[in-house]
Ligand binder design. Structure first.
Ligand code: NAD
Ligand code: UGA
Length: 469
């Protein structure tokens, strides 16, 4: 039986390994993590992450060929293939602060593998890493190898949160990069056999190590660029009377452009787009390519601009002040169908409104009050000026309440901001919401989920991204 061990039981490690276990009954998969609490949650009835379909997959194989454990050393030493799916956040201090990837967790994982391995291993980079990371990892592993043969592969993950299980069941492609030596090619074939259990062969792409590493950063940069492009156009739509949904539809009908990922929004969030683009920017700068770095940086600048523009719109529409006014926030997660709030646009919007002394009342179907309070008290890391941390004053956070009901959140509010595109926000009884709000009642739709005309008929003053006022 082939044995797989995965280091890192997070949003990627957990779902990815659960699907490998489901699709490959002949493989034993063990997921380990330095967080004992996270492992305990994976072994419980309440999994540590919310992801549609995940519970089912885990229930079908946990205890059969899928295990979650804190015994890292044992499972590394027994494994044939080791996936490393640890976090790779942006460095917040030291060389490259604000842009470069922090590889501390990766390095300690590699050192652990080198220390405890007693037989040959294939080590798979599942985390998103800077191009050329495999070279550094090879050095750490080989330096301590005691004659063991380590083959490093790059197998970046392309799943999106909220659709992780369907993305893993039916990926557009699986990418495997390896050394061009006979041993490297053999390792590629071994990993390919794992995926071939359910992924058609023509969707399994093999490349050299550096192409695979760079493709992941490039793919995220292209995706984020589409959102910044449509968001930039949304500002122009508002200024001219064009409708961004109509423009995006017309543009996306060109088969060379395609219709997906052109939804204008309050700004993209999530743990990866900003981090990976900053990482790309840093690599370009280090390779003497400042123009290329500058080009990609604009994608993030437009995203920051979009969030600021939204806050300014709220404040300016409400007679230039939200001081003492109640603003209801519908949706705090960075997108629907997840409880993840990492880099969510809601953090910046709430902080902007609190900065203008608003009282905010937040409802999100999957995000807990603790998480929201943590997010809003955390110092904001300013990627462009990493030295400046913007602390949140304790008084500001007292202006935040969190509820488990959209009607409760909006009762008595002067304005409502929709910040996540949860399906249930389309079905709300907006007449009831309107009746219970202060007048004039404002609604700012940061996701274009409501029909502005219908809401105007009810009596709301409506602002939607990129739509005529
Ligand atoms: P995460 O923070 O949810 O999970 C990472 C886990 O690794 C944590 O539980 C942490 O405790 C654990 N860890 C850290 N060091 C460890 C060590 N030495 N040994 C064992 N466990 C260790 O992060 P994530 O969202 O799963 O992302 C992981 C990587 O995958 C990142 O590089 C990210 O860029 C990439 N990625 C993420 C997504 C996504 O949708 N979240 C998608 C594609 C790629
Ligand atoms: C993204 C990529 O889609 C994945 O392929 C990649 O594996 C992953 O990053 C990663 O490397 O972490 P994810 O961040 O989970 O996945 O979710 P997306 O669906 O890409 O959404 C990202 C953000 O963009 C969300 O805030 C979403 O609301 C926003 N978005 C997305 C828009 O504003 N408009 C769109 O048209 C699409």
């Amino acid at each position: 039986m082939v044995k797989i061990c995965c280091l890192g039981a997070g949003y990627v490690g957990g779902p990815t390994m659960a699907v490998i276990a489901l699709k490959c009954p002949a493989i034993e998969v063990v997921v380990v993590d330095i967080s004992v609490a996270r492992i305990a949650a994976w072994n419980s009835d309440v999994l540590p992450i919310y992801e549609p379909g995940l519970d089912d997959v885990v229930k079908k194989c946990r205890g059969i060929n899928l295990f979650f454990s804190s015994n890292t050393e044992k499972h590394i030493s027994e494994a044939d293939i080791i996936f490393v799916s640890v976090n790779t956040p942006t460095k917040t201090r030291g060389l490259g602060a604000g842009k470069a990837a922090d590889l501390t967790y990766w390095e300690s994982a590699a050192r652990m593998i080198a220390d405890v391995s007693k037989s040959d291993k294939i080590v798979v980079e599942k985390s998103t890493v800077p191009v050329k990371t495999a070279e550094a990892i090879e050095k750490i592993l080989m330096h301590n190898s005691k004659g063991i043969n380590f083959q490093i592969l790059s197998n970046p993950e392309f799943l999106a949160e909220g659709t992780a299980i369907q993305d893993l069941f039916n990926p557009d492609r699986v990418l495997i990069g390896g050394r061009e030596t006979p041993e490297g090619q053999k390792a590629i074939r071994t990993l390919k056999e794992v995926y071939a259990n359910w992924v058609p062969e023509d969707r399994i792409l093999t490349t050299n190590l550096w192409s695979a590493e760079l493709s992941k950063l490039a793919a995220n940069a292209f995706l984020a660029q589409r959102i910044s492009s449509v968001n930039a156009i949304s500002a122009l739509c508002e200024a001219t009377g064009a409708d961004v949904a109509e423009v995006a539809y017309a543009v996306g009908k060109d088969t060379r452009i395609g219709p997906k990922f052109l939804n204008a929004s309050v700004g993209f969030g999530g743990s990866c787009f900003q981090k990976d683009i900053l990482n790309l920017v840093y690599i370009c700068e280090c390779n003497g390519l400042p123009e290329v770095a500058h080009y990609w940086k604009q994608v993030i600048k437009i995203n920051d601009y979009q969030k600021t523009r939204f806050v300014n719109r709220v404040v300016s529409s409400m007679f230039n002040t939200v001081s003492g006014k109640k603003i209801a926030i519908l949706g705090f997660a960075f997108k629907k169908d997840t409880g993840d709030t990492r880099e969510t646009a809601a953090i910046d919007v709430c902080k902007g409104l609190l900065g203008d002394k608003a009282s905010i009342s937040i409802y999100d179907p999957q995000v807990t009050e603790d998480q929201i309070q943590r997010d809003l008290t955390m110092n904001k890391f300013d990627w462009d000026h990493p030295i400046h941390l913007q602390p949140m004053s304790p008084t500001a956070v007292k202006q935040v309440t969190v509820t488990w009901d959209a009607y409760e959140a909006t009762r008595g509010a002067h304005g409502v901001c929709i910040l996540t595109e949860w399906d249930e926000f389309k079905q709300l009884d907006y007449k009831k919401i309107y009746d219970n709000m202060q007048k004039p009642a404002f609604l700012f739709d940061g996701r274009n989920v409501v029909d502005p005309e219908k809401l105007r008929e009810i009596g709301f003053i409506v602002y939607s991204i990129g739509k005529p006022l």
